[in-house]
Write a protein that binds this ligand. Structure first.
Ligand SMILES: [Zn+2]
Length: 276
C-alpha cells in the first residue's frame, strides 16, 4: 500500500539536505509490501505466536484515564488478564491508571514514548525514547516491562536495536480487530479478530481512542465478552503475553530482511485510517 510522507517530515528532510523519498523508503519501504512476503519471514515469537492452547490478549496506545478503567473492569468481570502496550508520555500523565492496571494483575509493556512514525532513521533517539519509556513504567509500577511493540507495527532495524538496548523483546500480533475506525462495532471487531485468530495467536486491540476515531474503543470493549467466551468454548485460555510461551522463540538478533527494516508488518500504513 502506498506510503505517504507527511509535510513536516518532508520539511525536516529538506532542511538537512536528505533525499526524502529515498531515505524514507529505504527505511520503511517494506511497510508497503509486508503482506505476505515480509510477514511470512517473521519468527513465531516476533509474530506473537505462542502456545497453541493459549491466546494472548493485548491492548495498545494507553493508558487513557477515561477508557482504560472500563477495560480493566470488563477484564476483571471476565476473569482475564492481558498485556497493555503503553506510551511513555501517557504513563507520566496518568500514572494512577498504569498502577491500577498492574495492581489488577495485568502486564504492562512498551509501545514507545510517543505514537510516532519512523520516517527517517534516528537510532540514538529511538534508544533514548525506549529507555525513557521503560523507566517511566518502572518508576510508576515498580515492574520492568519485557515487551515492545512499535507504533504502526513498523519495526525498523533501528527500533529493533533500540528495543534490545532497552531490554525489550519485540512482539507484534497475529489478529486485530480494526477497532480504530469510526464504523467499528463490537460485532465487526469480533468478526475481524476471529477471521485471523487461531490457538497460539496474539490479539491486538486498543483501550483508547488517542490516535483513532473518537469513542471507537467502545467497539473493542463490547467485543471482549464474545471474544473471550468464544476462545473458552474452543478450549483455549486467554491471557497476557507473559503466559503465551513466546519468550524462547524470540531471537536475539533481527530477522534477515534486507535494507534496514527488521520487520514491517504495518497492515494499515498511513492512509488506511489508523493503526496499532
Ligand atoms: Zn499504536
Amino acid at each position: 500500500m502506498p506510503v505517504s510522507v507527511p509535510r513536516a517530515a518532508a520539511r525536516r528532510a529538506a532542511a538537512v539536505g536528505l533525499p526524502l523519498a529515498g531515505a524514507a523508503l529505504a527505511h520503511v519501504g517494506p511497510a508497503a509490501t509486508w503482506l505476505p512476503a515480509v510477514r511470512g519471514r517473521l519468527t513465531p515469537g516476533l509474530a506473537g505466536v505462542g502456545h497453541p492452547r493459549h491466546v494472548a490478549l493485548t491492548f495498545d496506545d494507553g493508558p487513557d484515564p477515561v477508557s482504560t478503567p472500563r477495560f480493566l473492569d470488563a477484564l476483571d468481570g471476565l476473569g482475564v488478564r492481558a498485556t497493555f502496550f503503553v506510551l511513555g508520555d501517557a504513563v507520566v500523565r496518568h500514572p494512577e491508571v498504569v498502577r491500577e492496571t498492574v495492581r489488577q494483575g495485568h502486564e504492562v509493556a512498551v509501545h514507545g514514548w510517543s505514537h510516532d512514525r519512523p520516517w527517517l532513521p534516528a537510532p540514538a533517539r529511538d534508544v533514548r525514547a525506549l529507555r525513557r519509556a521503560v523507566e517511566a513504567v518502572r518508576d510508576v509500577t515498580g515492574v520492568t516491562p519485557r515487551w515492545y511493540r512499535p507504533p504502526y507495527g513498523i519495526l525498523t532495524s533501528g527500533r529493533w536495536a533500540a528495543a534490545r538496548a532497552a531490554g525489550l523483546r519485540p512482539v507484534l500480533w497475529t489478529a486485530w480487530g480494526r477497532d480504530w475506525t469510526a464504523t467499528a462495532t463490537p460485532a465487526s471487531v469480533r468478526a475481524t479478530v476471529e477471521a485471523d485468530l487461531r490457538g497460539g495467536g496474539t490479539v491486538l486491540l486498543h483501550d483508547t481512542d488517542r490516535t483513532a476515531a473518537p469513542g471507537c474503543w467502545r467497539a473493542s470493549l463490547g467485543a471482549l465478552p464474545g471474544l473471550v467466551a468464544g476462545r473458552r468454548a474452543a478450549g483455549l485460555t486467554v491471557g497476557p503475553l507473559a503466559e503465551h510461551g513466546t519468550a524462547a522463540a524470540v531471537p536475539a538478533t533481527a530477522p534477515p530482511l534486507p535494507d534496514g527494516p527488521a520487520a514491517v508488518p504495518d497492515p494499515q500504513a498511513p492512509g488506511r485510517g489508523r493503526r496499532p
